[in-house]
Design a protein around this ligand. Structure first.
Ligand code: GLV
Ligand code: MN
Ligand code: MN
Ligand code: MN
Length: 407
């Protein structure tokens, strides 16, 4: 299957040389190389590759225009990410085109294979930035002024990569051209691991978001400052992290503090400032609000107790996504044709992971396919899909696209 060759060519791009994971961040050299890989692979298939105003890439099979079926995913990674989150959907989409051609299939509508920029928000903080921009989900001025850890703005980074940041913003042509969008993605937990199913269908995406918390204290000497005289911002942060864990447990939710900046970050100086990011997700909006407001209260109280000033602001929020039931059921029926009766119905899965498909779903009928991940681990080099499941994913996507491109 052509998948293997495509996969092997993409695999080294952005992978750390010490055997760890991927560092493919928007507009960096690794990202530019990955975009060049996609452009070449699509052009080699005779697809017409275009860059939209926000830097997302679209490779067209058939003339670009209305009535199109779209598929694709992203090529950027989280810090030290796995190989599959994003790239599996892009490689599978190109391989599905090959598979459809090998079957002698002639599409009745155009097909667009896409790569969205900055899905992870690993460099500039806001996830699904490419799809948010295209659907009017973020103000272009705010996007232009987002900064990375070194203070480089989105505008400067995009310009350095040869694209015009002044042109970014809502792209009504995208929603008008696409009749349907289908994203294939590696499953990111154990939802399929212990089932006989190599491929499942997305049901919903939990509401989720990211909040920045700043704890401002007072820098001082670690050896001479009496404990009672300190305003140490690490202490309220520690209380806040434990509170987030307890709140997540009581609301059957997820709350994570995985990123923090300590200023000045010296062993023997009490910090003047700690910034930390809360990632929170829950099955419904009420539970999510309860967790986030509970964390805010805990942070405020602990900060007061320690003489520290606390602020907290949302950096991005994504509402509950309930994928189109008719489309979801149609995909499950198509997949079901390859499933033995004894294996039971194709699983329809909720997830706590965010996707561009979730952002698009408010504007275009959207669906997702998940490919089994036997490790159940994601956002880590241990993320995995077995070779035979990768191929099953390509066949499933080709089946689904053949159905959608025929009507
Ligand atoms: C992105 O993959 C996310 O869900 O954090
Ligand atoms: Mn991810
Ligand atoms: Mn992803
Ligand atoms: Mn994601």
């Amino acid at each position: 299957m052509s998948f293997d060759r495509l996969w092997a060519d993409l695999l080294p791009i952005g992978r750390s040389t010490d055997g760890g994971g991927y560092h493919r961040y928007s507009w960096t050299g690794a990202d530019t190389d990955a975009r060049a890989w996609f452009t070449e692979a699509a052009a080699a298939r005779g697809l017409d590759v275009r860059t939209d105003r926000n830097g997302n890439l679209w490779a067209w099979w058939g003339a670009p225009g209305p009535g199109a079926v779209a598929t694709g995913s992203h090529l950027d990674s989280v810090p030290d990410g796995g190989a599959f989150d994003g790239p599996l959907g892009v490689v599978s989409a190109l391989a599905a085109v090959d598979e459809l051609r090998a079957r002698g299939f002639v599409p009745e509508r155009p097909l667009a294979v896409g790569v969205f920029v900055e899905e992870e928000g690993a460099r500039f903080g806001v996830p699904c930035l490419g799809s948010r921009l295209s659907t009017g989900g973020i103000d272009p001025d705010r996007a232009r002024s987002l900064t990375d850890a070194s203070g480089v703005t989105w505008a400067a980074a995009m310009e350095a990569a040869g694209l015009d940041p002044e042109g970014i913003g809502p792209d009504p042509g995208l929603a008008e051209s696409f009749d349907v969008f289908v994203e294939l993605h590696v499953e990111q937990g154990r939802a399929l691991a212990d089932t006989p199913h190599a491929v499942g269908v997305a049901g919903s995406i939990w509401p989720h978001g990211r909040w920045r918390m700043d704890f401002t204290g007072r820098a001082d000497h670690a050896g001479t400052t009496r404990l009672v005289d300190r305003a140490d911002p690490m202490l309220p942060l520690a209380h806040t992290i434990l509170a987030a864990r307890a709140l997540a447990e009581s609301h059957d939710a997820r709350a994570t503090v995985a990123k923090a900046h300590i200023t000045p970050n010296g062993t023997n100086a009490i910090p003047s400032l700690v910034s930390a990011w809360l990632d929170a997700r829950a099955a419904d909006e009420a539970a999510l609000t309860a967790v986030v407001e509970g964390v805010r209260e805990a942070a405020e109280k602990a900060s007061r107790d320690h003489g520290v000033v606390h602020t907290m602001a949302a950096e991005s929020t994504t509402p509950l996504v309930e994928f189109s039931h008719s489309l979801r059921d149609r995909l499950a029926a198509t997949l079901g044709e390859r499933v033995a009766e004894a294996d039971g119905p194709v699983p329809i899965l909720p997830t706590g992971a965010g996707h561009d498909a979730g952002v698009l779903s408010a504007h275009v009928p959207t669906a997702m396919l998940y490919v089994r991940n036997p490790t159940g681990v994601s956002h880590s080099p241990h993320e995995w899909a077995d070779p035979e499941d990768r191929h099953a994913g390509v066949r499933a996507l080709a089946d689904v696209l053949a159905d959608l491109l025929s009507t």
